[in-house]
Design a protein around this ligand. Structure first.
Ligand code: NZQ
Ligand code: ZN
Length: 389
């Protein structure tokens, strides 16, 4: 097992009625606030008015950037950075899902860079400074509220790139489960598929690691499997929304990683698919993950699937390990496609094999897939894509 550093410096206000602390937290970083948000869900839900009232009450000066897209574009990062430079913004407040928070992190970084923000994603420049980012999360999914990563798309080059810079870690996150009551069934399902994948990417690892962390991950996966159908059926079930929201943060905030060095598999592959087809991230992962599991299953990896099948899906430990492994993939597929109702093939999304080669090549190269759970070549990824047709 590798040594590691544990450092998750985001202050979290969890639960209802915590927005009263917003003014005091923002004020720690200055007077001029740039509030960023997406396509309007926060106006519909009434959250926008509440946030603006808190900012005004604290005597802060408010600037806004709206219209941040799902799969946020670099053009939005540039637009936000321009406002920061022209207005001398002190602090950023992202109100929305992972796309808004990710975009805002890069706005904070690009505010200190004279040039196109895409240079940051292409790693032509390092990120050593970022304006302070605070957020109010409205969708349980990416964990962006408690990590220092972010993913940005460039429709011109058909790239979608995710990087991590410690200075982009949110200073404060407001996690109020009631703000997710308005999330649609579809986005709830996609969010949970994303969270599950964040855990699976780390859990499926053949190194001897901390039993304690494996047990935590199994608990997180069971939590997601238990509460997502409830949240979909009863959107205002506080217990379900609260469990999903906190699971979203802990799935990817670095805690369960415990020093694991292994590259992720499905995420780099999915990012190439959504770079070209602009699909919802969690949906792409739902289609890919069971096929990737099937592809990587063999005598050398079966013990991990056995652990997963027994501890997450409660399969009988007396069964043959290979039988448990195959059954666990079946049960995961059943959960994603039948219980959550997500589409199960690329064909249903209008994705054919035209771009399989290029998507496979880029995911292997950018994602470092030769260091993944099972080392994958371009040919392997094309075969996984074929299984998704
Ligand atoms: O734009 P608005 O109007 O706000 O609507 C959004 C959007 O249409 C809507 N929504 C959000 N909260 C809502 C709501 N609708 C009703 N009620 C609410 N309370 O949901 C739609 C999707 O939002 P988005 O932010 O795009 O979803 P998500 O949180 O899943 O973020 C996806 C992005 O995050 C990246 C993905 O690649 C994708 O670009 N990721 C970021 C990660 C990170 N920072 O660590 C890790 C992930 O693996 C992921 O790659
Ligand atoms: Zn993800």
């Amino acid at each position: 097992m590798n040594s590691f550093v544990y450092d998750i410096p985001t202050k979290v206000y969890f639960g209802e009625n915590q927005l009263g602390h917003l003014g005091e937290e923002l004020s720690k970083y200055g007077k001029k606030v740039l509030m960023t948000y997406g396509g309007g869900s926060i106006k519909k839900s009434g959250l926008y008015d509440k946030v603006v009232a808190e900012i005004k009450k604290a005597g802060l000066e408010l600037f806004e950037l709206s219209g941040i897209e799902p799969n946020p574009r670099v053009s939005s990062v540039n637009a936000g950075a321009k406002i920061c430079k022209e207005e001398g913004i002190d602090v950023l407040l992202a109100v929305g899902g992972g796309s808004v928070i990710d975009c805002t992190k890069y706005i904070g970084a690009a505010a200190f860079y004279d040039g196109d923000a895409w240079d940051i994603l292409e790693q032509k420049t390092d990120v050593t400074k970022c304006l302070p980012v605070l957020d109010i999360l409205t969708l349980a999914a990416t964990g962006s509220e408690m990590d220092y990563g972010g993913v940005i798309s460039n429709p011109e080059t058909k790239d979608k790139i995710g990087l991590m810079f410690p200075v982009m870690q949110p200073k404060v996150s407001f996690l109020d489960p009631t703000l997710t009551y308005t999330v649609s069934q579809y986005q709830t399902a996609c969010g949970s598929s994303d969270m599950l994948s964040h855990i699976i990417e780390v859990y499926f690892n053949m190194n001897k690691d901390l039993y304690m962390l494996d047990t935590v991950m199994e608990g997180l996966m069971k939590t997601i499997i238990r509460y997502t159908p409830i949240a979909m059926k009863e959107p205002d079930n506080y217990e379900a929304r609260a469990n999903l929201m906190w699971a979203s943060s802990w799935a990817i905030n670095g805690f369960v990683n415990g020093g694991k060095q292994q590259a992720w598999s499905c995420h780099p592959i999915e990012h190439e698919v959504s770079a070209i087809y602009d699909i919802t991230h969690g949906l792409g992962l739902a289609i890919l993950t069971p096929r990737w599991m099937e592809y990587c299953l063999d005598e050398t990896t079966v013990s991990k699937y056995y652990q997963f099948g027994c501890n997450v899906f409660g399969l009988e430990p007396k069964m043959e390990p290979m039988e448990v492994a195959k059954k666990s993939i079946e049960l995961l597929s059943d959960f994603l496609y039948n219980t959550l109702g997500l589409k199960s093939t690329f064909t249903e999304l209008g994705i054919d094999d035209k771009n399989f080669e290029i998507m496979a090549e880029k995911s292997v190269e950018i994602g470092g897939l030769k260091y993944a759970f099972k080392a994958l070549t371009k040919e392997d990824v094309v075969k996984i894509f074929e299984m998704c047709k």
